[in-house]
Design a protein around this ligand. Structure first.
Ligand SMILES: Nc1ncnc2c1ncn2[C@@H]1O[C@H](COP(=O)(O)OP(=O)(O)OP(=O)(O)O)[C@@H](O)[C@H]1O
Ligand SMILES: [Mg+2]
Length: 248
C-alpha cells in the first residue's frame, strides 16, 4: 500500500504586506498531511487564513516560509479548485465555463465535448448549456463551478466554502451530490469551511485553525460511518467537540 501522503504541508507561514506597508501575519507554522483519497476539512473562524492556506495549496500564493509537497512533486498537475464566491466567467455560457480548463489543457474539441456534456449532466444542468451565469440561480452557478472543476478529472479537489453562500436546501443537496461523487471517484478533497456541522458531516478528518494568525489548534478524526446521521448522539458529540475547539 502506498503510504505517501497526497499533500504534505510543513511549517508553513505567510505574512501579507499591504499597500501602505502594514504587515498582516496570516499563517503561522502550519503543518499537516492529507492522505490519498481522504476528505480533509480545514475549519476555522472568519479571517483566520483558510482561503490563504487553500490558495497556497493551489499554487496561487507563494508562502514566505515552509514546504509544500504533493505525491507528484512540488506542484500538482491534477488539481482543481472551487472558489468561495461563484467564480465562474460571466461572459461565458454554462458550456463554455465547464469547457474552459480543458481548452487551456489543449484537449481536442471532440474529447472536450464529451467531457463537458458528461459533467453538465452530472450536475443537473442539462438544457442550460447556452445560458449565461446571470440567468442562473445561485445554486446552479455553483454547480457550474463544480462541473468546471470536475471536468478536469482532478486527483485533488480544493473547495473554498463552496456551499456557504447558498440557501440551506440547495447547500444540503449539493453536499450530498458531492459526497456521492467522492465515494465513486475517491479523489483527495481539501474543503475549507467555517461551519462545524458541515465539517463533521463531510470529512474523514477536520483540522481546526486558531484565529489569525492561523495555526493548527487540533485535528479531529471523524470515524462515523457514512452516510452520516446528523441526528445521532455521536454526531452531536463530535460537533460539540469541534465547537469547543473553534475559538472566535
Ligand atoms: N492579498 C492580501 N493582502 C493583504 N491581506 C490579505 C490578503 N489576502 C488576505 N488578507 C488578510 O488575511 C487574513 C486572512 O484572510 P483569508 O481570506 O485567508 O481568511 P478566511 O479564513 O478565508 O476568512 P473567511 O472565513 O472570512 O473567508 C485577513 O485578515 C485578510 O484581510
Ligand atoms: Mg475565506
Amino acid at each position: 500500500m502506498n503510504n505517501q501522503p497526497a499533500i504534505a504541508v510543513k511549517n508553513l507561514s505567510h505574512t501579507f504586506v499591504t499597500e501602505d506597508g502594514k504587515h498582516v501575519e496570516v499563517l503561522k507554522d502550519v503543518s499537516f498531511t492529507v492522505r490519498p483519497g481522504e476528505f480533509f476539512t480545514i475549519l476555522g473562524p472568519s479571517g483566520c487564513g483558510k482561503s490563504t492556506l487553500l490558495r497556497v495549496l493551489a499554487g496561487m500564493i507563494k508562502p514566505n516560509h515552509g514546504e509544500l509537497l504533493f505525491s507528484d512533486g512540488k506542484t500538482s498537475e491534477r488539481l482543481a479548485m472551487i472558489f468561495q464566491s461563484f467564480a465562474i466567467f460571466p461572459w461565458l455560457t454554462v458550456y463554455e465555463n465547464v469547457e474552459f480548463g480543458l481548452k487551456m489543457q489543449n484537449v481536442s474539441i471532440h474529447d472536450r465535448r464529451e467531457t463537458v456534456h458528461e459533467h453538465i449532466k452530472e450536475m443537473g444542468l442539462t438544457g442550460f448549456e447556452h445560458a449565461y451565469p446571470k440567468d442562473l440561480s445561485g445554486g446552479m452557478r455553483q454547480r457550474v463551478g463544480i462541473a468546471r472543476a470536475l471536468a478536469l478529472n482532478p486527483k485533488i479537489l480544493l473547495m473554498d466554502e463552496a456551499f456557504s453562500s447558498l440557501d440551506a436546501f440547495t447547500a444540503e443537496r449539493l453536499r450530498k451530490d458531492l459526497l456521492a461523487l467522492w465515494s465513486k471517484d475517491r479523489m483527495t478533497i481539501v474543503m475549507v469551511t467555517h461551519l462545524v456541522d458541515e465539517a463533521v458531516e463531510m470529512s474523514d478528518r477536520v483540522l481546526v485553525m486558531t484565529p489569525r494568525p492561523g495555526m493548527v489548534e487540533a485535528t479531529i478524526d471523524v470515524s462515523l460511518s457514512r452516510p452520516r446521521d446528523k441526528r445521532s448522539k455521536d454526531f452531536f458529540a463530535l460537533v460539540d467537540r469541534a465547537n469547543e475547539l473553534v475559538k472566535i
